[in-house]
Design a binder for this molecule. Structure first.
Ligand code: DQQ
Length: 479
């Protein structure tokens, strides 16, 4: 079978499976595959009026395996159109799978760059490849593939996830790798997108930032450059973000500041859109570790909410959900001033089976004296605390606590907020099996999958050690 026959066969299997997907944990307003497994976002590109997304996809089952590229597009991040699969393993150099990569538009064509993998004995050989499309839907693999057939001396057999971009009249490619326990970004340069010259190591771990760096992304932002990498063998496994300068003459990224992009357990392989005038990011909302209850229902994995990145005046990375998401709001569930000391009792009931929820807590930090305050969602039947979102004024920290959840990751996840601000805003987005929390601190988000057996959640509010003065809005988000 040729490449397009393989794609058609896989599409058919996926279509049949979609009919059998259980809806218990299906998400209302997040992107997810019609059926079966997905992981990393790939090839995010703004092309001919659409945001195109591709993703690592196994069209044959709800577990990782046989990596294809799924494909969809949107104009507004609200309505998504699923498209035929874009890439399938079909050639000797990618017989083991089409791993992650990126996309660029050039000369009226859409170019996908991906890692072809194949087994040679017990070794997984990884090479960099391209596929091209005129209509942005059907892709043909480059007959010259692989374009980069082996890794340089500074790298290793872990050599994958090409990220391509344009700068100053040339094309650049960052490839993730690692050697001797240090994750690396290897840099290549090209004039024509097909012949690539190795430049050198653009960035590497200082020893405790992961042994392999996967899914690099490197882009200009607010007068600086930002480098994102997803590290292997680092605990916890979080996307790392570095702010600095890209020295193209030396082929090196000079780090000035570093941090974790999101502090939750279900956020990995983040990538931003090429060709858009805004820097919008998506990540895989799941993780390699832990149980995935949706597999029992024939699917796994989703994208996070799209998030817009910016640098503030002090050069710190800020992350916020894209403003388009306000269009999801269909009705106010609750809106009130809050003057609370102690425990509120059930403030509102939300039914995650029929819609999602956005909570916005705006805290008057001058008048609030409570040491810690927040929101707790519990299931109406068992009364268990499913997820708590809280703030410690003294620590200047925002928490997502899922330690009492019955399924999924259990933990207390922390990011920084600035308690000296006059007003502190915390936003939490709940979907049928996810929660994403945004503070207003540096890279202040926490993402986790949650799996309530009972979709009816009761919301409580609490303030310990003083008074909470705030306002709370709860919005129903349309499926
Ligand atoms: N997932 C892909 C790889 C990448 C990893 C395989 C990151 O290309 O390094 O599905 O999650």
């Amino acid at each position: 079978m040729n490449h397009s026959d393989l794609l058609r066969a896989a599409d058919l299997i996926r279509a049949q499976a979609a009919a059998r997907v259980g809806d218990t944990f299906r998400l209302h307003y997040h992107f997810m595959p019609p059926a079966h497994w997905m992981n990393d976002p790939n090839g995010l590109v703004y092309y001919q009026g659409y945001y195109h997304v591709f993703y690592q996809h196994n069209p044959f089952g709800p577990r990782w395996g046989s990596m294809h590229w799924g494909h969809a597009r949107t104009k507004d991040f609200i309505t998504w159109e699923h498209l035929p699969l874009a890439l399938a393993p079909s050639e000797p150099y990618d017989a083991g799978g089409c791993f992650s990569g990126s996309a660029v538009a050039a000369d009226g064509l859409l170019h996908l760059f991906y890692t072809g993998v194949r087994m040679e004995g017990d070794k997984l050989v990884q090479v960099q490849c391209r596929a091209i499309s005129q209509d942005g839907v059907h892709f043909t693999k480059d007959p010259r593939n692989p374009l980069i057939s082996s890794y340089p001396r500074e790298g290793s057999a872990d050599f994958r996830d090409p990220r391509v971009w344009r700068h100053g009249g040339a094309w650049y490619m960052a490839v993730g790798s690692g050697k001797n326990g240090r994750g690396k970004v290897l840099l290549y340069r090209s004039d024509n997108l097909s012949r690539w010259d190795y430049v050198g190591v653009a960035a590497e771990s200082h020893g405790t930032q992961g042994a392999i760096w996967e899914c690099p992304d490197l882009f200009p932002l607010g007068g600086k450059h930002v480098l994102l990498v997803s590290p292997v063998e680092r605990e916890p496994r979080r996307v790392l973000c570095f702010v600095g300068e890209m020295d193209y003459a030396a082929g090196q990224f000079r780090k000035e500041a570093e941090g974790e992009l999101d502090k939750g357990p279900d956020f990995y392989a983040a990538q931003t859109f090429f060709g858009s005038d805004r820097r919008i990011l998506l990540a895989w909302m799941q993780s390699w570790e832990g149980e995935i209850p949706t597999q029992e229902q024939n699917w796994a994995g989703a994208f996070t909410l799209p998030r817009e990145l910016s640098l503030d005046a002090a050069g710190r990375l800020r992350v916020a959900p894209v403003p388009e998401l306000k269009q999801l709001r269909t009705g106010v569930v609750f809106s009130s001033e809050v003057d609370l000391e102690g425990w509120s009792g059930g403030l509102a009931i939300c039914d995650l089976q029929s819609s999602g929820l956005e909570a916005i807590l705006r805290v008057d930090m001058h008048q609030t004296t409570a040491d810690e305050f927040g929101l707790l969602w519990r299931t109406s039947t068992g009364g268990e605390g499913l997820a708590a979102v809280s703030v410690s004024r003294a620590q200047g920290e925002l928490y997502l606590d899922t330690t009492k959840a019955r399924r999924g990751h259990r933990g207390r996840y922390v990011c920084k907020v600035d308690p000296r601000r006059g007003e502190l805003e915390v936003r939490a987005f709940l979907d049928r099996s996810s929660i994403e929390v945004f503070g207003d601190g540096e890279a202040g988000s926490i993402t986790a999958r949650i799996y309530p057996d009972d979709p009816q959640l009761v919301l409580d509010m609490f303030a310990r050690g003083g008074v909470l003065k705030a306002s709370l809005e709860l919005w129903e988000l349309a499926p």
